[in-house]
Design a protein around this ligand. Structure first.
Ligand code: GLN
Length: 490
């Protein structure tokens, strides 16, 4: 077994049958991180206890215990998820010294399935961005071309996975942050249905949109990881009671009779030719496998980006109000607090603690929620969101899944868009509507640009229809023209 490129189930089987120890697996990936990550900057901190935890897994296996489906499988976790005794910063100065006393449910489920948490992964500050350039810990580089961004906000997860510094990673997706970096780095990324995965212990950005999901190297690995992290959690009132199917056991590439929807409003210009070609190649491939392509209309997608940026910033302005320098997090340096006005205290602490993109969003969100503008912006955005969701539900009466590009272009250069927030926001045109409607969506590698940069395809399904989405991803993966290609860095 080539450990670097082994699948999650291969690693776990080998560890369970004691062909290899969890300690050896951990040491192998630790070595990769220490020799390669200086080129990528994907890790923000490492779990010093990983070797000890792997030894504990080995000891339990030696005693005949079943340690779970991820036995000894090394995972990297995005900075948005709380990890007990391991720093959790959201990529921000304001939380740069925060060590949570508890694990997010996603993390505790990974651990109780036998996985080893290797460390934390870089991201845009508070998951706000599409390039990983807003992180307090500096930009992450794309392993396919280190002058380019890995995408964002889960850029560290995507880069670490593409370079195989770990066997699996977890990202979060509020408006595309799993799917867009997955596409830019040539990996599989899944954003589950809203409510499928508990948000407990995940630092809140926009609570009605946030979901965590796997960013891994294959559809099978994604299905297996998703099974582990999904399911009802009494600690998250928005988590669904629905049972979790055994997606990984039921993967099927049989596309006969499947109706693949294409949103007619998407077929406009503004998408680069390599991305366009990848999309038509994917449609052709599915047709060859017996699927039928139908046109559907979701006209409200035209407003997805503006609605998203009104709702996400409004929720963020409220969620981020808690970082006040009093309860926890960064506090500006005051020689003495006596005589300091509360407003000056907050102003200096938050002024120094947040980066400029986060401040821009807090201001935009506060404005949207202010009494004179609430109806015109926040309320209106909520109404259009509802219409968008209804259009999707109507579209899914005529098709089983919807296929689209993930982004308008492959990975752009570091520095290219960072001073142009509007163009950066427009990058989210194909991903935000999925979050607004609460639907599951995934990115699967299916093409490459002329210069060899990866391009993904997005599969979206109806609420809780992850199996069908994963099956289409599985079918595409089986005939993907870029199957097996590897980034330059490894
Ligand atoms: N790029 C989007 C934004 O900047 C999406 C972020 C995300 O999904 N967390 O808000």
């Amino acid at each position: 077994m080539d450990l670097t490129f082994a699948s999650i189930s291969e690693i776990s089987k080998a560890v369970k049958s004691r062909k290899i120890s969890a300690q050896e697996v951990t040491a192998h990936f630790q070595k990769r991180i220490s020799s390669l990550d200086s080129k990528l900057n994907s890790f923000t901190s490492l779990n010093e206890n990983a070797a000890k935890e792997a030894a504990a897994i080995d000891a339990r296996i030696a005693q005949g215990e079943d340690v779970g489906p991820l036995a000894g499988v090394p995972f990297g976790i995005k900075e948005m998820l709380c990890t007990k005794n391991l720093k959790t910063t959201a990529g921000s100065k304001i939380l740069s010294n925060f060590t949570p006393p508890y694990d997010a449910t996603v993390v505790s489920r990974l651990k109780s399935s036998g996985s080893i948490v290797m460390g934390k992964l870089n991201q845009d500050e508070f998951a706000m961005g599409s390039s990983n350039e807003t992180s307090f810990f500096g930009p992450v580089k794309n392993p396919w071309d280190v002058t380019r961004v890995p995408g964002g906000s889960s850029g560290g997860s995507a880069a670490a996975q593409a370079a195989r510094l770990v066997a699996g990673t977890i990202g979060t997706d509020t408006g595309g942050s799993i799917r867009q970096p997955a596409s830019f780095c040539g990996i599989v990324g899944v954003k589950p249905t809203y409510g499928r995965v508990s948000r407990y212990g995940i630092i809140a950005f926009a609570s009605s949109l946030d979901q965590a999901g796997p960013m891994v190297s294959s559809v099978e690995d994604a299905a297996l990881t998703l099974e582990v992290i999904s399911g009802h959690d009494p600690m998250d009132s928005t988590s669904s009671q629905k049972s979790v199917p055994a997606w990984s056991q039921n993967l099927s590439a049989d596309m006969k009779g499947l109706k693949v929807g294409v949103i007619k409003e998407y077929m406009k210009d503004g998408v680069d030719s390599d991305t366009q070609k990848t999309f038509s190649d994917a449609l052709e491939a599915l047709k060859k496998m017996g699927a039928e392509v139908v046109e559907v209309s979701v006209s409200m997608t035209e407003f997805a980006v503006p609605i998203y940026y009104l709702i996400a910033t409004s929720e963020a302005s409220s969620n981020l109000a808690r970082y006040d320098g009093i309860r926890y997090g960064y506090r500006a340096d005051f020689p003495s607090l006596s005589g300091v006005e509360l407003e000056d205290f907050y102003g200096k602490t938050r002024g120094e603690g947040f980066g400029s993109e986060v401040k821009r969003r807090i201001m935009l969100g506060t404005y949207c929620l202010s009494s004179g503008y609430y109806d015109a912006y926040y309320n209106k955005a909520g109404q259009v969101r509802r219409m968008l969701t209804e259009q999707y539900l109507a579209a899914f009466k005529n098709c089983d899944v919807i296929l689209s590009p993930v982004t308008t272009s492959p990975a752009f250069k570091i520095g290219e868009l960072i001073s142009d927030p509007l163009t950066m926001y427009l990058n989210d045109i194909f991903t935000t509507s999925t979050n607004l409607a609460g639907l599951p969506g995934m990115s699967v590698p299916f093409g490459a640009s002329a210069s060899g940069l990866p391009i993904g395809i997005q599969v979206t399904a109806n609420h809780f229809d992850e199996q069908r989405m994963l099956n289409v991803g599985y079918a595409l993966e089986s005939v993907s023209p870029v199957k097996g290609s590897k980034p330059h860095v490894i």
